[in-house]
Design a protein around this ligand. Structure first.
Ligand code: SIN
Length: 296
């Protein structure tokens, strides 16, 4: 099957043309798509119409799937018949939320606050607002490559602590606080601030909205550096902003990109997206590896 790869910007993202992700795709074509994914970091497939089972089946061609954990507040997180499909939605039906509202409003890579972050994610647009609701993607290889020596020297071989417990109230102020059990299930982790991609061998900057501390730095100094790195990483020259159409599927690589769901008027407009998530590997930079942080 011949695929066509059309870049979406000069820094990140490409559209794959010539296949129907819902159809039968041979292994050679999947290998070509994977290579395009490694080259471009974010892939777009347009005009897809599929069932959750087909969404799951296509994602599985790229690796084992991750199942998002339930939230203690009982709001549904995944489809009842397809626990591999995470629901990002502001829909309310019969007075109940249909999925997780305002998921990903802020720059991050999926699972960055876990020992084993997610390799990739595949988001399918079911309902999109007439205005806004875009998703922006930033290329963390390019951000790393462009770091001034001062910043590169400061972080090379160093790790940062990522904390769901500390930042949940900041990143999800509209959700109930984490329960003690949820905090135990999601302990803080240390990750290398520069990680080496397990397939391409390339270095990328690894920082996001769950980063709270940098080893070897005092609290305030570390926070200032996190802020500087975070702002540096998402400058326009590293970013592609995707304007969704119904039927778009976007597959991104969490090992070398960050993304951000851009806030929109979610009191007025509906947005309903379904996401599958790929299992990943433990980030590493030579002998510097991620590990679970000791409880404070
Ligand atoms: C996510 O972070 O996975 C959600 C992104 C989006 O809804 O645009």
């Amino acid at each position: 099957m011949a695929i066509k790869v059309r870049p979406l910007s000069n820094v990140i993202g490409a559209e794959i043309q010539g296949i129907d992700p819902a159809g039968d795709i041979d292994d050679d074509t999947i290998a070509e798509i994977r290579q395009a994914w490694l080259d471009h970091n974010v892939l777009l497939f347009r005009n897809v119409s599929w069932t959750p089972a087909q969404h799951v089946a296509f994602t599985r061609r790229f690796g084992p799937l991750h199942i998002m954990p339930r939230l203690a507040n009982e709001a549904p997180v995944t489809l009842p018949d397809h626990p591999e499909v995470f629901i990002v939605s502001n829909l309310v039906r019969e007075g109940k939320p249909v999925g997780v509202r305002r998921a990903g409003w802020g720059w991050h890579s999926d699972g960055e606050d876990k020992l084993v972050p997610n390799m990739g994610s595949m988001l399918y647009a079911v309902i999109v607002p007439p205005k806004g609701g875009d998703t922006a993607f930033s290329n963390m290889y390019a951000a790393y490559d462009a770091l001034p020596d001062r910043l590169r020297d400061a972080i090379e071989g160093r790790r940062a602590r990522f904390s769901r417990a500390e930042l949940h109230p900041v990143n999800y102020p509209h959700l109930p606080p984490l329960t003690e059990q949820e905090k135990r299930d999601r302990p803080d982790v240390w990750h290398p601030l520069v990680r080496i991609h397990s397939e391409t061998g390339r270095k990328s900057l690894y920082v996001g909205r769950w980063t709270v501390e940098i080893e070897g730095f005092g609290k305030d100094e570390g926070k200032a550096l996190i802020r500087e790195l975070s702002e540096f990483a998402v400058q326009p020259q590293f970013v592609y902003r995707h304007r969704w159409r119904v039927g778009d599927v976007v597959l991104w690589d969490n090992r070398c990109s960050q993304h951000c769901a851009i806030p929109y008027d979610d009191e007025k407009h509906e947005r309903h997206m379904l996401r599958t998530t790929l299992e990943g590997d433990i980030p590493a930079y030579g002998t510097v590896r991620s590990e679970v942080a000791e409880a404070a």
